[in-house]
Ligand binder design. Structure first.
Ligand code: IMP
Length: 399
């Protein structure tokens, strides 16, 4: 029997295509929830050739008979929130904003921009870090106290109808056996604890953030990790499999790898099984959705990183490791060790059944699955809602 509730979490450095999977899954859930981050996220959903990008709202918002929740773990810019609602198609889900979420104010954006001039993280400059800093140091303003802040009353008046105790709402939904979809933003390697600190975002992007960011504990929960068939990263920080060559450039162009929030070109590179295995462990992922396989079409040979060669200053020899070192500086020094697989040169974007993929594409998916040890149940072959091939979960994983 399939689980009642689902969490979708990024397994790399963000932009894995979570929005599309969430949009697909939202149809079979009653409530969609964001639980961390703010409008630094950019989740893209393509329906009937129309592109929608959501920064704050859960990607399930396009279903009119559903509920959408922005949980207490989020930092919410009220002006951006209202703007996003104003741009929605007429029929959309009912939206609820947690009264315990922190209000992201103009001073946070100013502080973010100022700090970027000296400590370069490559943030989205949306004020996320400074707003979380105020939250943790107990200087923040929450929506339940928003009226006490010295600011524009018209914004407050417009926000008021959306604000409620979303923890109680979610608990009630669980008690009534409704199905909840939890939508992670950013990704595990950008987690403030488990990511490549300090080149991370300021929230808990992995599974722990779901609990603190909603105040409920869904007992029957399936965790689907999302990974791209290659890797991208935007902003600064270590990226062992980065390609600064023609292949990286073609991945960027074919995969349209430009930030949905900032428009910045994303850094591109080969699939890193060390990163994805680590992220699956951190989140206890039950399944993987492997997205954007079509972007690799026409590459003669495709590399997968399976371990790192790590220079070790304390021993004469260097070592081979298959885990993520805690220090970003140490990860920066790691040299990826690759295996090489044969590519395919037929268009896979219209394929509906996994068995119809070219032999070498199936082989690629199966090798990734074996390296990670978690079943791949979705394979993305294009940007559209319908371009997500289901793959049976009964695959015997080779260890
Ligand atoms: P911040 O979240 O704006 O503070 O940025 C911190 C780091 O996280 C930067 O490297 C950003 O590029 C990255 N980041 C934040 N949000 C996203 C996202 O939604 N996708 C990918 N990277 C992100």
């Amino acid at each position: 029997m399939s689980a009642k509730n689902t969490a979708v979490i990024g397994l790399q450095f963000g932009d894995e295509g979570k929005g599309k999977l969430i949009d697909i899954l939202a149809e079979s859930h009653d409530v969609s929830v964001r639980y961390q981050g703010g409008n630094n996220a950019g989740h893209t959903v393509c329906v009937n050739n129309e592109k929608h990008v959501f920064h704050l709202l859960p990607s399930g918002v396009l279903y009119q008979d559903k509920q959408c929740v922005l949980g207490n773990g989020m930092v919410v810019n009220p002006v951006a929130f209202l703007e996003e609602i104003a741009n929605l198609p007429k029929n959309h889900a009912k939206i609820f904003l947690s009264d315990r979420a922190n209000v992201l104010l103009p001073k946070h954006i100013d502080a973010d921009k100022k700090k970027e001039q000296t400590k370069k993280i490559g943030t989205t400059q949306k004020g996320i870090g400074p707003c979380y800093t105020d939250k943790i140091s107990r200087d923040g303003v929450r929506f339940c106290d928003y009226w006490s802040e010295d600011f524009e009353w018209d914004v407050f008046e417009k926000i008021k109808p959306y604000v409620c105790d979303t923890r109680a709402l979610l608990q009630d939904a669980l008690d009534k056996n409704k199905k909840i979809l939890f939508e992670g933003a950013q990704a595990t390697l950008l987690d403030v604890d488990h990511g490549t600190y300090p080149f991370v975002t300021s929230s808990s992007t992995s599974i722990g953030g779901l609990y603190t960011g909603t105040g409920v504990r869904p007992k029957d929960l399936k965790v689907i990790g999302v990974a791209k068939a290659y890797t991208t990263r935007v902003g600064e920080g270590p990226f062992p499999t980065e390609l600064n060559d023609a292949i990286g450039k073609s991945m960027r162009e074919i995969g349209q790898e430009f930030g949905a929030t900032t428009g910045r070109p994303r850094r591109c590179g080969w699939f890193d099984a060390v990163v994805v295995k680590y992220a699956c462990e951190v989140n206890g992922a039950d399944e993987i959705a492997l997205t954007k396989l079509d972007v690799l079409t026409e590459l003669k040979e495709i590399a997968i990183c399976t371990k790192y060669y790590r220079p070790n200053p304390f021993i004469a020899d260097s070592e081979i490791i298959n885990h993520i070192p805690s220090s970003a500086a140490a990860l920066e020094e790691c040299v990826p060790q690759y295996i090489y697989l044969q590519g395919w040169n037929t268009d896979i974007s219209k394929i509906k059944k996994f068995s119809d993929l070219p032999r070498t594409a199936k082989e690629y998916v199966s090798v990734v699955e074996s390296l990670i040890g978690v079943p791949i149940t979705y394979v993305g072959v294009g940007t559209g809602r319908e371009q997500m091939v289901r793959k049976a979960n009964n695959h015997k994983i080779k260890k």
